[in-house]
Design a protein around this ligand. Structure first.
Ligand SMILES: [Fe+2]
Ligand SMILES: [Fe+2]
Length: 238
């Protein structure tokens, strides 16, 4: 433990489990849910989401590579950060109405949990990708940051002006991720017998195989999508 983290707040929180998978499933259920995803139609993505997918295909290719999923995770996480930020400011302005303020704070908490879940996805993908190939610094490090920055600003602004736009874009993005992970697992039958070892197993869980790890991540993406779909219908804090 480093000296910076050895304070009273850290001591109070260190034994609380971090927020890992949204709903941890066993191996059998993970397989069933992958089939559900493969059999379900994709959402009709709006123009914003389609533009993002096209940009990513142009830069990173259409093939499902771990590098591309790493970029997807980096970008996909930022709406939750933007929503937390907007909602937290809104708590300040609603503080004189306790019931209302609590509902807004629930939005803050949901966004935090969704961020943490997506963070493990990102860290695990980073770990699996390993070292970047030589000469790919701009494509693998700089462009994703630019995409994430633009997406953050867009999410922040739409969430402040018309939250349903932001939720819809996110639902499209998460639906895409859910289907892409299900297809990724299908394309790699050898992963059924590949062990999964990670620095983040304590936080995100142990899995029977690499295939099951990706099934769990794909299932998380579905739950993010469903949460956003609920919010499209009731987007305002009230
Ligand atoms: Fe994710
Ligand atoms: Fe996601």
């Amino acid at each position: 433990m480093s000296s910076e983290t050895d304070g009273p707040v850290f001591r109070a929180m260190r034994d609380r489990p971090p927020f890992g998978p949204i709903e941890r499933l066993g191996s059998e259920r993970l397989r069933e849910e992958q089939e559900v995803t493969l059999a379900s139609p994709r959402r009709r993505a709006g123009i914003g989401a389609r533009s993002l997918f096209t940009i990513m295909d142009l830069i990173y290719g259409k093939a499902r590579t771990l590098e591309k999923f790493r970029v997807l995770e980096l970008v996909a996480r930022v709406p939750y950060q933007a929503w937390e930020n907007v909602a937290y400011v809104a708590v300040t302005h609603t503080a004189r109405q306790p019931g209302f303020a609590r509902r807004v704070f629930d939005r803050v908490r949901i966004s935090r949990w969704e961020q943490d879940n997506e963070q493990w996805h990102l860290l695990i993908l980073e770990e699996l990708v390993g070292e970047d190939p030589a000469g790919s610094w701009f494509k693998n490090r700089v462009i994703p940051q630019i995409l994430a920055f633009g997406y953050y600003q867009y999410s922040w602004l739409t969430y402040a002006i018309k939250p349903s736009w932001s939720y819809r874009l996110n639902a499209d993005f998460e639906d895409h991720a859910e289907h892409e992970y299900a297809l990724l697992v299908q394309e790699h039958p050898e992963w059924e017998s590949t062990n999964f070892h990670s620095h983040f197993a304590d936080e995100f869980g142990q899995y029977d195989s690499l295939a099951d790890l990706f099934r769990q991540i794909g299932y998380d993406e579905r739950l993010h999508k469903l949460q956003s779909e609920v919010a499209i219908v009731a987007p305002r804090f009230a």
